[in-house]
Design a protein around this ligand. Sequence first.
Ligand SMILES: [Mg+2]
Length: 164
Amino acid sequence: MRPLLLLDIDGPLNPYRAKQIPPGYVHHEIVEEEKAWVVLLNPQHGVELNALADTFDLVWATSWEHGANRLLGPLLGLPQLPVIMWPSRESVSRTRRGSWKTPYVAEWAADRPFAWVDDEVNRYDRLYLDNAHPAPHLAHRVEPHRGLLADDFAVLRTWAQSTA
Ligand SMILES: [Mg+2]
């Protein structure tokens, strides 16, 4: 079974904590109807992710939900991807110590192996997934002031090889 690659945007692809625009990134102002966002995106990420699509099935795992395909994927040269839809904010438990996304990620992935890049995953999420998700999984933290780096892509490739 091909592994999933679950992609958070804010943090891994948009390093929102960066004090300056990191090398390789482009500053984008996105406007849609009454809303506006500022994001930093690195076109090289699109190249790397499209290359990883030979191994993984890419999936958006971001609170941008369908906005990822509509607003951000095209800026990175990514095709339309499946989107994990989250429950309403009110129904999400905020008492967990890990990421609020984790139970929903496990549920969405069902029995498939997955790697997940997110700036909020921590050891509590890894413990949760070790218990809740029997298939191979990797919850890989990406620092939100740095975004995805070459080392992170290497980790994903190595993990995919180890589970093949
Ligand atoms: Mg994030």
